[in-house]
Write a protein that binds this ligand. Sequence first.
Ligand code: COA
Length: 331
Amino acid sequence: MPVVISSIAHFVPPDIFTNAYFEDKIDTNDEWIQTRTGIKERRFQVSGELSDMLLPAVEQCLNERGIGPEEIDCVIVATITPDNSFPSASATLQHKAGMTNAWGYDLSAACSGFLYALMSGVGLIDSGTCKKVLVCGGDKMSSILNFNDRTTCILFGDGCGVALLEKTDDASVGIQDSILKMDGNGGQYLYMSDHGDGAKAPFEDYPDEIKQQYVIQDGQSVFKSAVVGMADVSAEIMERNNLTSQDISWLVPHQANLRIIDATARRMGLDSSKVIVNIDKFGNTTAGTIPICLSELHHQGKLNYGDKVILASFGAGFTWGSILLTWGIKK
Ligand code: COA
């Protein structure tokens, strides 16, 4: 019996910050940001923490499946911005959402966190350890951004998504294949050394000097590796499953840069109409991008039962990967 995503939901904070917000604060402009990244605006959580974003997404996800929080066996939270270094984001969320029968853990794989967590959840269900696993991905990136650093602060946003995993007796749907990769040599190009109180910081932080507890990135090195990495795994998962671009209904890529997304789609031979892009609205929400995209697509009624979907990510680590699934929620 395959493992399927049986419900999905997302949450983004209500406060919208357009590119113009940065123009009078740092040396940047709307035209540069849109041309180089595809981002027009993003959401920042002006008060509250990661768990405050995850909670409404969890509640919606469970409501739509028609089950209570006590039915969850395990909750995995993929994030690099938990409310606290410890207790874990999963423990905090377990308590807030009333998932009284769940154990759980956090998973740190930056922008690939949701994909890593999804496959961890599949493993727990396949092994018989769990029946219902809640896989969450999200970040409050504003808490670890240096708003003086124009090369990073314009790229990110806050938001999260939550997917419920369980078995289905329909063998034609579910999560079918995955390729997950990691190369720690990439750590020097995108990192944050010292977590400290980073995730407690307000969304606007203008330190006098660039400290290590903020996102530090060599954008060009990350860009070059991401273009190759995300395209490679996405093409490879198609080839080894004998799929052509006609067979794929949707590519749901990590939203870091529109140019990286376009390069991946080109390599897969996919028409842009099959590629999910919402970076213009939300920027890069790190572990949140893929579940937010999937949830939007589902709630807009665009995902059909039986659709073949490829999820693809690239992020700090470096970590990257792709997952092939057949959508299994009936409208
Ligand atoms: N506004 C205006 N100018 C900016 C700027 C900003 N916000 N940020 C950088 N610049 C400047 C640079 O200082 C540089 O100026 P110089 O030529 O005078 O030195 C110029 O723009 C070009 O910078 P460069 O870094 O070459 O731009 P780029 O085309 O590579 O775009 C990124 C920069 C960050 C958008 C791009 O490299 C990228 O998206 N990288 C990958 C990011 C990513 O995927 N991160 C997360 C991994 S999940």
